[in-house]
Design a protein around this ligand. Structure first.
Ligand SMILES: [Ca+2]
Length: 609
């Protein structure tokens, strides 16, 4: 899209393909819009450039903030600008912490919905809402929409088509976790391994690219995560460890969509780490990267959680299976891996380590230290040095019996007989279940209280790994490869929202839920924790006690991300409702058997009449 002309003229005109190409070449950007044929009405690209430059000057004078925004600097500063929400996780650190305090413990009971918007989708709402200049950008698996943040009116909506056979390799819910914003563009991944950039004002397509071979659905790859944009580079991961792929992270040029780098999470034969795989097992070894990572601008490191090995059945891949179940620290410009930390070597239980690596500076002993905190699916809460990945703490924060602790020297879990017998093919009862002590949902961290607010599961399983299957890229390597049944302590408590001390794993409080919450949490400087609930409630809890202070019943279960923002001096809270995803589909939870689906976007504010 030729945005310089669209700014100057306010509309577009059809011109020849030759002229569009010439324009494209002149400005070094693709001149392609929705139907691949339209371009701007300017006769010459020079005129365009001149008018844009003039407009920039005028706009800069008239409106000092925002209009040219979502620069790299804006993204770096996101956590400090509560009028917008630009980055997945409410800032590069992934803390999901807001300094806003207008909504507090005293008045939260007056929180009311001001509008809702239908996304016309029955598959599940896991989209992180991006908020900028009074517009909310939200996604489903096949839709991107821009909605007026104060009225809920649709500004534009784009429906993306993809081949239906793509869904064969989507194990765990037909969802998308959101878009990224950068330089006037809304950039998102599509289920069939494409990235697309849309004009934030119009929804018109600016560029679209497919991930290069072998990233196709036929080879077991899908894209469901929100991209992370760092210094003009779009970083994205892949889903599909349950379909025998070889996981990876990728970087693209945000301006053009050009593919810049790819870092595989599983070594090729002969590469360092390949000795931790049996035979050719690493060729189909999993290690996906389906949850968005975080970024430290000072260290210039992107942190990204890497998923489980394939197949779930461990008996044909003896060894540590590097670099599955690891936290990666990579350079955003090149994808170079600077360090890694593996959490569960030779994992039989699908304990993939994709959970958000939350960044913070906390006191270790007497001195402040930059750390990466990960509430791992395995049940251990890891605290690592952000610079070099050194282990600082690893403690259980839920019920686990596969390991008795983590060796502080080696960083390896101290596995129990449950783990050893599972590898031998024996029938064992394991805590946690394949769903983990937490799953993909992100915790929040309050620098005020020093606690992580984590939605956890309290579910175990019987487990048996029979003879391992023969794999090839694209073949199922998850559910059918092991036998499992659900085990619970109390059928009415399958999860807790916990306030957890990162250094000890101990809870200050635990609030029980009938079904585990698969919503991310958010915490504010007024010590409110927001979460969605599977039964559809949207709740605010007291961050100091865990008491539920406010609740609103949305039409479907919430598996999304609460965010908060302000406009014209008023604070708002936004969340997506819409049951779906892996637990609702495969969790065997009787409380969800008849639960209604349907994705809607909600915004709340204090009733002040
Ligand atoms: Ca912000």
């Amino acid at each position: 899209m030729l945005e310089c002309c669209s700014i100057a003229d306010g509309k577009l005109l059809r011109v020849s393909e030759r002229r569009a190409r010439r324009y494209s070449s002149a400005i070094g950007r693709p001149a392609i819009s929705n139907d691949n044929t339209t371009a701007c009405r300017c006769n010459e690209w020079r005129e365009c450039m001149f008018r844009t430059a003039l407009l920039v000057v005028l706009v800069s004078t008239a409106v000092p903030l925002g209009v040219l925004a979502q620069t790299s600097a804006d993204l770096k500063n996101d956590a400090n600008t509560p009028d917008d929400v630009l980055v997945y996780g409410m800032g590069y650190s992934g803390q999901r912490y807001s300094p806003l305090t207008q909504i507090n413990k005293q008045n939260v009971s007056k929180l009311v919905p001001i509008w809702s918007y239908s996304l016309a989708d029955l598959n599940g709402g896991e989209s992180f809402p991006v908020v900028k200049d009074g517009v909310i950008y939200v996604t489903t698996h096949n839709t991107t929409a821009a909605v007026d943040a104060l009225t809920g009116k649709q500004i534009w909506r784009v429906i993306h088509e993809y081949p239906p056979e793509t869904l064969r390799v989507v194990c765990c819910g037909i969802v998308n976790r959101g878009a990224a914003i950068y330089e006037g563009m809304i950039i998102r991944a599509l289920m069939d391994d494409r990235l697309i950039a849309l004009d934030a004002k119009t929804g018109n397509q600016i560029w679209m690219v497919s991930s290069p071979e072998p990233v196709t659905h036929a080879n077991g790859y899908a894209m469901t995560g929100a991209p992370l944009i760092v210094d003009g580079i779009v970083i994205t991961g892949v889903a599909g460890a349950e379909f025998s792929h070889r996981g990876l992270l990728e970087g693209y040029d945000a301006k053009t969509g050009k593919h810049l780098w790819r870092t595989y999470t599983i070594p090729a034969k002969g590469e360092p780490g390949s000795e931790t795989w049996e035979g050719d097992s690493q060729l189909t070894g999993g290690g996906s990267s389906w949850v968005t990572g975080t970024y430290d601008p000072e260290l210039d490191l992107v942190y990204w959680g890497i998923g489980n090995p394939a197949p779930w059945n461990p008996r044909a891949r003896k060894g540590d299976n590097l670099f599955t179940n690891s936290i990666f620290a990579v350079r955003p410009k090149t994808g170079e891996r600077v360090w890694y930390f593996q959490t569960t070597p030779h994992d039989p239980f699908d304990y993939d380590a994709v959970q958000t690596p939350v960044l913070a500076t906390i006191n270790i002993g007497e001195s402040p230290r930059k750390v990466v905190m990960q509430a791992n699916r395995s049940g251990f809460l890891y605290v690592l040095d952000a610079k070099d990945g050194k282990l600082l703490a690893a403690n259980a924060y839920g019920k686990i019996n596969w390991a008795s602790g983590v060796d502080k020297e080696t960083g390896r879990p101290i596995v129990t007989d449950v783990f050893k017998q599972a590898l031998e093919g024996k029938n064992v009862t394991v805590w946690p279940s394949i769903s983990g002590v937490t799953n993909w949902q992100s915790p929040s961290f309050s620098p005020r209280t020093g606690f992580l607010y984590i939605n956890t599961l309290h579910v175990g399983m019987t487990y048996e790994a029979p003879e391992p299957p023969k794999l090839a890229p694209g073949r199922p390597s998850g559910v059918p490869t092991v036998k499992r049944t659900v085990v619970v302590d109390d059928p009415n408590i399958r999860g807790y929202l916990k306030a957890v001390d990162p250094m000890t794993g101990k809870s200050k409080w635990e609030t029980p839920y009938q079904s585990p919450n698969y919503s991310s949490t958010m915490v504010t400087a007024s010590d409110l924790v927001f979460t969605g609930v599977m039964n559809g409630e949207f709740q605010a809890l007291d961050a100091e006690t865990g008491k539920v202070l406010w609740s609103f019943q949305t039409p479907s279960g919430i598996i999304g991300h609460p965010v908060t923002w302000e406009r014209n001096g008023k604070q708002y809270v936004t969340v997506v409702s819409g049951l779906g995803g892996v637990y609702a589909q495969r969790g065997g939870d009787p409380a969800l058997q008849n639960a209604p689906t349907g994705v809607t976007l909600w915004t709340f504010a204090l009733y002040d009449k």
